[in-house]
Design a protein around this ligand. Structure first.
Ligand code: UD1
Ligand code: CA
Length: 476
């Protein structure tokens, strides 16, 4: 961990990201289920958790603020938002940060100002820690060598330092330079302020270029260059293709981390894991799974192929069969679920239960050892332990009316009840303890404990009727 007392961080995140062709501000583009700026904030959170941070916002400012403010893991950090009303370039963005209340504070506290781009989802805390450790002079510039430097500012080394030439301004000879700038630098704030006020917009993009400050430091013999070997850590995202590449790289890194920690992956290249996902050693994840948010998978759990699991806890020795989709739910120990089961928010499947194919639960809690084996929908329901529910059961929880703001009604099925196949319960309704609901019954009133509920048309057999019907010309 670095000495946070001496540094402050400013993340440039005001741009629209025109090349993304999306209405969302670029830094909120999702990488493995999270806005890409979260990766940048994480690298600070780990390397220098106490350092003051400012995020320069402009395009989609409210959305960006809201996304960051509502993420619990950033709540202990000191994060301010600085407005860049018009996006006149990265130099202008840095100026907005420096001239804000936040900028005044970091000058008063004699901190170095580290600038980071908001569009580097692969950035990590090692990079940040290294830059901070190497801060020296007025400007410390981080560079890397890319096999294909296209799009990045080229570092043209010269006597006493370097200058940076943007892609759009570079001559063919300059374009062949593989050492690039990556929008990561540390500045002495006083020096930065003076240098920014000298910036001009006489370049191909007509913008205030922050990289021009590097040349100002070279003139004063006050530039230090720090090189980072792993260029992939420093990959910017400017269009959907770069977003896809960054997601792919990050995905494999995460899988590798968990695999080295004892998790088995059947097809590592196809798995997508969010940054907050916790997988216990001894668990197993199949091909094509996407695990996101605060998902936890306990020891011995096995998740077959093509499951999407978001903000859900999967307990010990659970077996999730192919094609399940879980959101904001919990699956307790030893449950067998799927294939193709859907847990919608607010659901819990109790220990030892069995959920079969094409079963959907919404806001429904099942206690222990419940079986819902085939083709059923349970919404707004509470189900006691050792309950068996047959095939094709439906809780009818909505009658089209909204009463006292309540749209949905609750179904309660008490312990040890047995519900036959092809039944419905019209909520609000309770099936009492140990009660028996006969197949084909529509339950519209409470079933007392230990009662049998039958609600279906009585069967009549008309002997010989079938051949009579055939004689009437009924086609077979
Ligand atoms: C910038 C650098 C380039 C570097 C590259 C690394 C400049 C002029 N060029 O180019 O040297 O190799 O990053 O990816 O700095 N932003 C603002 N306000 C603005 C303009 C941009 O906040 O007025 C933010 C953007 O939201 C983005 C970051 O700054 O997060 C970088 O801007 P972008 O337009 O992506 O710059 P590049 O062309 O990639
Ligand atoms: Ca960029």
């Amino acid at each position: 961990m670095t000495n946070s007392n001496k540094v402050a961080f400013s993340i440039l995140a005001a741009g629209k990201g025109t090349r993304m062709k999306s209405p969302l501000p670029k830094v909120l583009s999702s990488v493995l289920g999270e806005p890409m700026i979260f990766g940048v904030l994480d690298s600070i959170r780990v390397a220098a958790p106490d350092a003051p941070v400012s995020v320069v916002v402009g395009f989609g400012r409210e959305e960006v603020k809201k996304a960051i403010a509502s993420e619990p893991r950033f709540s202990a950090m000191s994060i301010d938002f600085v407005l860049q009303e018009e996006q006149l370039g990265t130099g202008h963005a840095a100026k907005c940060a420096l001239e804000s209340q936040w900028g005044k504070r970091i000058k008063d506290e004699s901190r170095s100002m580290v600038i980071l781009p908001g569009d580097f989802p692969l950035l990590n805390s090692d990079v940040v820690a290294k830059l901070v450790a190497e801060i020296d002079g007025k400007v410390t510039l981080l560079t890397t060598e890319r096999p294909d430097p296209t799009g990045y500012g080229r570092v043209i080394r010269q006597e006493g330092g370097a200058r940076i030439v943007e892609q759009a301004d570079a001559s063919p000879e300059e374009q062949s330079v593989k050492e690039v700038a990556v929008s990561i630098y540390a500045f002495d704030p006083e020096f930065l302020g003076a240098a920014l006020s000298e910036l001009k917009t006489d370049n191909a993009q007509g913008e205030y270029y922050l990289p021009d400050v590097v040349f100002a430091a070279t003139r004063e013999k006050a530039l230090k260059i720090v090189e980072w070997r792993e260029y992939e850590d420093l990959s910017g995202v400017n269009d959907p293709w770069e977003l896809a590449l960054a997601s792919e790289k990050l995905a494999l890194r995460r899988v590798k981390y968990h695999a080295q920690n004892g998790v088995r992956f059947d097809d590592p290249k196809t798995v997508r894991l969010g940054s907050q996902v916790e997988l216990s050693p001894g668990s197993r994840v199949g091909a094509g799974c996407e695990l996101e948010g605060r998902t936890k998978v306990a020891e011995g759990a096995r998740i077959e192929a093509d499951c999407t699991i978001r903000n859900t806890e999967v307990g010990t020795d659970v077996h999730v069969k192919r094609g399940c989709y879980f959101e904001d739910s919990a699956v307790d120990a030893r449950v067998k679920i799927g294939p193709y089961a859907h847990l919608r928010p607010g659901s819990r499947v109790g220990a030892g239960s069995k959920i079969g194919n094409f079963v959907e639960l919404k806001k429904t809690e099942l206690s222990e050892n419940v079986a819902v084996s085939h083709l059923s929908y349970l919404g707004d329901a509470k189900v006691g332990k050792d309950v068996n529910i047959g095939c094709g059961f439906i809780t009818c929880n909505f009658d089209g009316r909204v009463i006292d703001g309540k749209r949905k009604h609750e179904t309660i099925i008490e312990d040890e009840a047995f519900v036959g196949s092809d039944c419905q319960t019209v909520a609000p309704v309770t099936v009492g303890k140990g009660a028996y609901v006969a197949s084909g019954t529509t339950v519209t009133k409470n079933v007392p404990e230990d009662a049998l509920a039958v609600g279906r048309v009585k069967q009549e057999n008309k002997l010989g009727y079938a051949s009579r019907l055939r004689g009437m010309g009924r086609s077979r």
